[in-house]
Design a protein around this ligand. Structure first.
Ligand code: ZN
Length: 324
């Protein structure tokens, strides 16, 4: 019987990171400057390891290469998705990511379209999302003249908000925000502005002005969301996004939620609550129960056609889009 793949988190230290992945999520952290938990990743900068079942100890990138049947024999050189939990104790740099065409030519990896579910936000917390330049010349001039207040659009955020951030969108996560990010498997970031910060060695982090001007969408486009909610008793499935790269859902479990797969494989991360995942064997009454707690991440491989979640939980799930 096919088992879900439970994955071990990979933590990344950042100058803007904090300790809420320990205090809020209960993870044992290697330091108190942890900005990111790479919850589900096959990216070479931090690869997930399976924690259970016949593939225990194996890396997700190796499974993608050697056991493609787990992923419905999906095409593509690399596992296309990456799920992170971010804790921004301080502001992240103002940045922009390339699309696939630019990323593959200039960086040898996919571009980066991403989206954010706001897990928590301090009162008054804001993000930067979009810009006010009307032409590429104006964008370049405003960056070089450091007219940040004129250029950058600030948006207030609160717990439960959702943002779609296609490649080419200038953005920054502000301090006091925790998010779950679903993104293409890429680590290419072009930094536009870093608040003139210095690291421990009194070094400023590198900026990438030319690349940023090249890849930014001008004028900025506001990404439209059409959020849909499907109820099952007190539980529900919320569909936030369907894009060529990924589809993203919230599974809101209050008691029980039954789910059928609609892609070759599905990624899931528990961001609140406790409960169980129940996988039923096809055509029998046999089923297997797995404990879920805050911070648990897993992949439902191709053989698992339906599953049930019991308890009181909030889970963010994703699956590959048609182009992934
Ligand atoms: Zn980003």
């Amino acid at each position: 019987m096919q088992q879900p793949l439970f994955l071990k988190p990979v933590f990344q230290e950042k100058i803007w990171g904090g300790d809420r992945l320990h205090t809020v999520f209960g993870f044992d952290l290697p330091s108190n400057k942890i900005g990111e938990d790479w919850a589900i990743s096959a990216h070479p900068h931090g690869v997930s390891t399976v924690e259970n079942g016949p593939f225990s100890g194996q890396k997700l990138d190796d499974l993608w290469t050697n056991h493609r049947e787990l992923f419905g024999n999906a095409k593509g050189e690399v596992f296309p998705l990456l799920t992170k939990i971010l804790d921004a104790e301080d502001d992240l740099s103002v940045q922009v990511h390339p699309d696939d065409t630019y990323g593959l030519i200039h960086e040898g990896e996919l571009g980066k379209t991403e989206c954010w579910y706001i897990i928590d936000a301090e009162p008054e917390a804001t993000i930067i999302y979009g810009h006010n330049a009307k032409s590429r010349e104006e964008l370049e001039a405003m960056i070089k003249e450091e007219r940040w207040d004129d250029l950058l659009k600030k948006v207030p955020v609160k717990k439960g908000d959702f943002f779609y951030v296609p490649s080419g969108t200038i953005h920054a996560i502000g301090k006091g925000i925790m998010i779950l990010e679903t993104q293409q498997s890429s680590d290419t970031t072009y930094r536009v502005y870093d608040y003139d910060r210095k690291d421990d060695q009194r070094q400023a982090r590198e900026l990438h002005i030319q690349q940023s001007v090249d890849v930014t969408t001008v004028p900025a486009k506001d990404a439209q969301l059409s959020i849909q909610q499907q109820n099952q008793g007190r539980s529900s499935i919320i569909t936030y996004l369907k894009t060529p790269f990924f589809n993203v859902y919230e599974w809101q479990v209050k008691g029980v939620l039954n789910i059928k797969k609609n892609a070759p494989y599905t990624l899931a991360t528990v961001i609140d609550g406790v409960g169980h995942l129940i996988v039923e064997e096809v055509d029998t009454v046999k089923s297997e129960r797995y404990e879920l707690t805050k911070g648990t991440s897993f992949i439902l491989p191709n053989d698992i056609a339906k599953w049930r979640i019991e308890g009181e939980l909030t889970i963010i799930a994703s699956e590959p889009g048609v182009e992934a």
